[in-house]
Design a protein around this ligand. Structure first.
Ligand SMILES: [Zn+2]
Length: 112
């Protein structure tokens, strides 16, 4: 039995703030980003997608990327590029790559 699927991890690193169009507060909107990744036995294999939302600290209005006004969306795209995926979420691919190298090395050294 192989346990696999997708999981979500919240990413830190965005400190940008923006003005709220809903309540008019200045610099109260914060962005949060989450990473979806594929796992096998809870070992991260590879990242699937990075999504984010904005939330106003004053009126608590939360918006998905497709609901954001243009000004906020520009800040969102800038921050999304800045928030990096930790290398550990490619651990499965690194393991597979090392295994392939190992198999190639064994084949290459076993020839007579
Ligand atoms: Zn607000």
């Amino acid at each position: 039995m192989i346990i696999f699927g997708t999981r979500t991890k919240f990413l830190n690193g965005s400190t940008a703030t923006a003005n709220c169009n809903h309540c008019g507060s200045t610099q109260t909107v914060r962005l949060s980003f989450a990473l979806n990744y594929f796992h096998i036995f809870w070992i991260p294999m590879f990242p699937l997608s990075k999504t984010g939302i904005s939330q106003c600290g004053h009126c608590k209005q939360a918006l998905y990327a497709n609901q954001m006004p243009d000004g906020l969306k520009a800040v969102y795209n800038e921050e999304k590029a800045k928030v990096k995926t930790p290398w550990g979420y490619r651990f499965g691919l690194i393991l597979i790559g090392l295994f392939v190298l190992f198999v190639i090395a064994v084949i290459a050294t076993s020839k007579r």
